[in-house]
Write a protein that binds this ligand. Structure first.
Ligand SMILES: C[S@@+](CC[C@H](N)C(=O)[O-])C[C@H]1O[C@@H](n2cnc3c(N)ncnc32)[C@H](O)[C@@H]1O
Length: 269
């Protein structure tokens, strides 16, 4: 630990000013669209059928089909999401190329080896991991690949922050560990062909491109803390906790308390 004198000496130094200036330079973080490039680089083409596992409103299935010309099946267990997905697919005029199917990853209603590729973005925190990955492995053709984008806890996430974050975002604690993910992927039969730790890149890109307002999120959190009893009475505890979980998700990502990673998993030929 520095002495007070040493600390103020550092703060007042020219070196410290140069450090400040250095940190103002962009590190050219990859943005969200980089995930499509990584998926496209697998060789996805017009002849292929892609499973969008945990598709929500099918925005990604739509983008993948537009970019690659493939066909897709968008799967999600929630009727609310399925309705949105059907509406979006219809608006995009892609009903002939995208099917929307209500199902859980743990039990997929498809034949063995039905899909050439699987896209699974930001879903696996919620699921029972081993049956879900076994099902993905089963429905993937031999030699096919699955892209899994997933956020994990880092050692910077304190235990009580972890407990609160996981509860507020319906995330299974064990799934927030990359070691558990990798072990389970292997048990399900997958070979991990690559792991790419994005760390804070996407959030940096969002801040630099001004597509995410971290200051607004911090203000919302502060206001929620001050008004908590009133907000709970007005909107209910579930809404307040869900809002807090969503805000913390992004802020913990930029603080490095969580780390987002992209895995490419292969089913052997
Ligand atoms: C954070 S959203 C991500 C949605 C979309 N993949 C994206 O990246 O925008 C998580 C999604 O996982 C879905 N989900 C939750 N449990 C699931 C399960 N057991 N099987 C499949 N999807 C599930 C939710 O309904 C939700 O649409």
């Amino acid at each position: 630990m520095p002495t007070v004198e040493e600390l103020y000496g550092v703060w007042g130094s020219e070196e410290y000013d140069r450090l400040d200036a250095d940190l103002e330079r962009s590190l050219n973080p990859r943005g969200l669209a980089s995930l499509y490039d990584i998926f496209g680089a697998l060789g996805v083409g017009a002849e292929d059928l892609v499973l969008d596992a945990g598709a929500r409103d099918a925005v990604h299935a739509i983008e993948i089909v537009r970019r690659t010309g493939c066909r897709s099946v968008a799967v999600d267990p929630l009727p609310l999401h399925m309705n949105k997905a059907r509406r979006r697919v219809a608006e995009a005029g892609l009903e002939a190329r995208i099917d929307v199917v209500q199902a859980e990853l743990e039990s997929l209603p498809f034949e063995d080896e039905s899909f050439d590729y699987i896209w699974c973005r930001d879903v696996l925190n919620h699921v029972e991991l081993e049956p879900s990955l076994r099902e993905c492995h089963r429905v993937l053709r031999r030699g096919g690949s699955m892209l899994a984008y997933q956020t994990f806890a880092t050692e910077r996430l304190e235990p009580h922050e972890a407990q609160h974050l996981f509860a507020a975002t319906a995330s299974r604690a064990e799934n927030m560990s990359p070691e558990f993910f990798e072990r389970t992927a292997a048990v399900a039969g997958f070979r991990i062909s690559s792991r790419d730790d994005l760390r804070t890149e996407w959030r940096e890109a969002m801040l630099e491109q001004q597509t995410w307002d971290a200051v607004a999120d911090l203000l919302s959190l502060a206001r929620m803390s001050r008004l908590e009893p009133e907000l709970v009475e007005r909107y209910g505890g579930a809404a307040v906790e869900a809002k807090r979980g969503g805000l913390l998700w992004g802020l913990y990502q930029i603080l490095g308390k969580t780390c987002s990673s992209i895995y490419l998993l292969e089913r052997s030929a």
